[in-house]
Design a protein around this ligand. Structure first.
Ligand code: PMP
Length: 401
């Protein structure tokens, strides 16, 4: 009998399974709105011009392939912290931000989870918004934290359940760890307003909670990296010690290069050094040191003013295209007299939209119209373009009628 005969088959990944069904479908009208990767106007993956230029510069330099330090490429991690917190921010200026390179956003969350599990001096429970990105629960559970939820989304209004969120933040034990999506909440596309963020920050301070921000979409939500950093920067200015996960998958289109950073706001440079020394001890037995190429690309873009400017315009271009698709989808659904209220399509922000479509409707869309999305009715807006939006709108309208 085999050593592994007792190993049961695990369930397929709920998001990547959608792509598998899409790939099996041979219909020419098929649309994949499952996966969260940007697509250009022709539905094709998009490599940013600033990324291409950075790669050309790097090729010309004929760099070696030696290992990076455990904490990653310093010119990249410094620039990543500046991008998130602001170059003029006090802790950035004083060298009091502990920061390490990570294997994209997922790796940053995993390092952060492990660091909190080891050193957070209070209850090691992290509260996630309900719903949250599907990978958050397994990441934090595998990091050694207990996972609980707080109310976030209101199905009735297809918007933020702000009263429920505030009540849950007030009722959870003091000094809890709270995971916050910095912008472009996945999967709902629903973010607090700046005024609401200020209230959330006040409650979190009163209760002594510890905020852990997941920023996977800086620039991608509004088109401005500064505007999308509002919550993170407000919390730090308000005196919170925060932890932060950053991903460059979406805003630089570096998905498979796995570029990210994990940082912690420290009291002073001496404490920062102690925290970084422990982050390295978390990282070393997991993967020793991070990958080189993507960090060089991101670092080159962030550190060269002309490439930085070009990148900011490209981020805005991606965000604007998505926003224009939201407007067209809304207009189409209204024009087709689709039953229901569709204002949320325009109000939501970032890559995803929670359409409000039910599981039977999403199933019917896959079977009858070759349109694929996750079972919760989430669509990646980036999968829509001028070539398929009318077909998509008509199919949704039919499915709802
Ligand atoms: N957090 C959220 C909320 C996300 O949506 C994603 C990407 N789907 C990530 C983190 C991490 O992605 P990656 O590891 O590719 O950076």
């Amino acid at each position: 009998v085999s050593t592994w005969s007792h190993v049961p088959a695990g369930p397929p990944d709920p998001i990547l399974g959608v792509t598998e069904a899409f790939l099996r479908d041979k219909d020419s009208r098929k649309i994949n709105l499952g996966v969260g990767a940007y697509r250009d106007e022709n539905g094709k993956p998009y490599v940013l011009t600033s990324v291409q230029k950075a790669e050309e510069l790097l090729t010309a330099e004929k760099l070696d392939k030696e290992y990076l330090p455990i904490a990653g490429l310093p010119s990249f991690t410094k620039a990543a912290a500046k991008l998130a917190y602001g170059a003029e921010q006090k802790h950035v200026q004083e060298g009091a931000v502990a920061v390490v390179q990570s294997i994209s956003g997922t790796g940053a969350l995993r390092i952060g989870g492990a660091f909190l599990a080891r050193f957070y001096p209070h209850s090691k429970t992290i509260y996630l918004p309900v719903p949250s990105w599907g990978n958050h629960t397994p990441i934090f559970r595998d990091s050694g934290l207990e996972v609980k939820g707080y109310r976030y989304f209101d199905k009735g209004t297809v918007g933020l359940d702000f009263a429920g969120m505030k009540e849950d933040l007030k009722n959870m034990p003091e000094k809890s760890i709270v995971l916050l999506h910095a912008c472009a909440h996945n999967p709902t596309g629903v973010d607090p307003t700046p005024e609401q963020w200020i209230e959330i920050s006040d409650i979190i301070r009163e209760k002594g909670h510890f905020p852990f921000f997941d920023m996977a979409y800086q620039g991608f939500a509004s088109g401005s990296t500064v505007r999308d950093a509002f919550a993170v920067r407000h919390f730090v200015a308000a005196g919170h010690e925060i932890a932060l996960s950053q991903s460059f998958a979406k805003n630089m289109g570096l998905y498979g290069e796995r570029v990210g950073a994990f940082s912690v706001i420290a009291e002073d440079p001496e404490q920062k050094a102690r925290i970084e020394s422990q982050l390295k001890i978390v990282i070393r037995p997991m993967y020793s040191n991070p990958p080189l190429h993507g960090a060089r690309i991101a670092g080159t873009i962030l550190n060269r003013p002309e490439l930085y400017t070009e990148w900011e315009q490209e981020v805005k271009g991606m965000a604007d295209r998505i926003i224009s698709m939201r407007e067209r989808l809304y207009d189409n659904l209204v024009r087709l007299q689709t039953p229901g209220e569709w204002g949320h399509i325009k109000r939501q922000i970032g890559m995803f939209s929670f359409t409000g479509l039910t599981q039977p409707q999403t199933k019917a869309l896959a079977e009858k119209a070759h349109i694929y999305m996750t079972a919760d009715g989430r669509i990646s807006m980036a999968g829509l373009n001028n070539g398929n939006i009318d077909y998509f709108s008509e199919s949704v309208s039919k499915a709802v009628k």
